[in-house]
Design a protein around this ligand. Structure first.
Ligand SMILES: [Zn+2]
Length: 237
């Protein structure tokens, strides 16, 4: 039963790996709560069915929100922005029990990133970094602070989200964050065991490639040759 549910979550269509990992974290008890942003037309129904099947409780966020195209983290109140062309997404706060899901929603709507991060069970060290810098890092910021001499640690590389292949659903405090590495390894084990082959291949590709920034856009340069990604802590560029 458990294995079937895990496979079914990995097989959700049109859903990001990040959302799948968030759902799996709750299902497997790795974390107490998560927030997933679902596209109104394509995702809500399928994801809700899957959550019910996995006996996960949902608190539905207030109204609809849209993500601005150039910022992964910023969400705006949909009702403040009437444009037809914006992405329309709705937040689901998910947990094993309804009370926690409701409390998560309250914390997020209270706009306290630190308290919300704690409720999402992110590592304390990573929450502390957000508290000190007063904002959740952008993907571009993480591109810079998570590399050393153009090398990155495959277990702390949320930048792979550009290819929908990140093993983490939070921004690690540093490239050597042990808590984050532990989570990424757990996620990779799940992917290797239960995910369809195309996901495994994508994750390997985005953790064995080179990255650069061109005009503020993150570019990926696929590596040729016989690398065995995810075996070594650092992939040499
Ligand atoms: Zn950390």
């Amino acid at each position: 039963m458990k294995e079937e549910v895990i496979k079914s979550i990995f097989n959700l269509k049109g859903t990001t790996l990040q959302i799948k990992l968030d759902i799996l974290d709750i299902y497997l008890g790795y974390r107490k709560g998560a927030r997933i942003l679902c596209h109104i037309n394509e995702q809500v129904e399928e994801i809700a069915k899957e959550l019910i099947n996995a006996q996960i409780q949902i608190a539905v966020g207030k109204g609809m929100v849209s993500q601005t195209a150039n910022s992964v983290n910023k969400v705006k109140d949909y009702f403040d922005n009437n444009s037809e062309n914006i992405e329309k997404v709705i937040p689901f706060y998910i947990a094993k029990n309804q009370d926690y899901a409701d409390k998560l929603r309250e914390a997020d709507e209270g706009k306290n990133d630190v308290e919300f991060g704690r409720m999402l069970d992110y590592p304390d060290c990573c929450i502390k970094k957000v508290a000190e810098s007063t904002h959740v890092p952008s993907i571009i910021e993480s591109f810079h602070y998570l590399q050393e001499n153009k090398r990155f640690n495959v277990w702390t590389w949320p930048v792979a989200m550009v290819g929908d292949a990140s093993l983490l659903v939070h921004y690690p405090c540093s490239s050597k964050c042990l808590m984050s590495m532990d989570i990424a390894k757990k996620h990779f084990q799940l992917i290797a065991k239960y995910a369809p082959k195309y996901i495994v291949e994508r994750v390997e590709k985005y953790h064995s490639s080179l990255y650069s920034i061109d005009n503020g856009i993150i570019c990926i340069h696929e590596k040729n040759g016989n690398v065995s990604p995810l075996n070594n802590l650092y992939e040499v560029s």
